[in-house]
Write a protein that binds this ligand. Structure first.
Ligand code: DQA
Length: 152
């Protein structure tokens, strides 16, 4: 069974505790369980990884690119947290690894501070889901699977 990597960046380990009026009260474990259920319903397995470190996220994207080429993985659902707005290195990793990435943001970043309006990742993402709360992860998995089916 091919797999989907659900990758979460900095501070998303604090979901449920962190600014609940912005991000809600569900935890990262709740998010991962939604992802697992959604992927299984669609015939895929899910691997979940969270890191607060840019280099670890970059290594995970490189590895994901290799695994997409071998057919093990179909792509990555990625909430890069604040690295979205700062990291040219993560943008380069997505492009360099040639890995399909659906960019997810729980909050509607466009309603927030102006520094959150720009994403380095959107230009290299295969799709973007913004502002649907944690349901965005389900939408992103469905979108990634749909894109994969359209390719075949
Ligand atoms: C976020 C939005 C980012 O601006 C912020 O830094 C996060 C979470 C979101 O899911 O809404 O950490 O990616």
């Amino acid at each position: 069974m091919a797999s989907i990597l659900v990758l979460n960046g900095p501070n998303l380990n604090l979901l449920g505790l962190r600014e609940p009026s912005t991000y809600g009260t569900a935890t990262l474990a709740d998010v991962e369980s939604i992802c697992r259920n959604t992927a299984e319903r669609l015939g895929f397995s899910v691997e979940c990884q969270q890191s607060n470190h840019e280099g670890v996220l970059i290594d995970a994207l490189h590895d994901a690119g290799r695994r997409v080429k071998s057919g093990e993985l179909i792509g990555v659902v990625f909430n890069a947290g604040a690295f979205t707005h700062t990291s040219i290195a993560i943008m380069d990793a997505i492009k360099g690894a040639d890995v399909p990435v659906i960019e997810v943001h729980i909050s509607n970043v466009h309603q927030r501070e102006s520094f959150r309006h720009h994403s380095y990742l959107s230009a290299v993402a295969a799709g973007i889901v913004v502002g649907f709360g944690i349901d965005g992860y389900r939408l992103a998995i469905e979108g990634l699977v749909q894109q994969k089916r359209c390719e075949q």
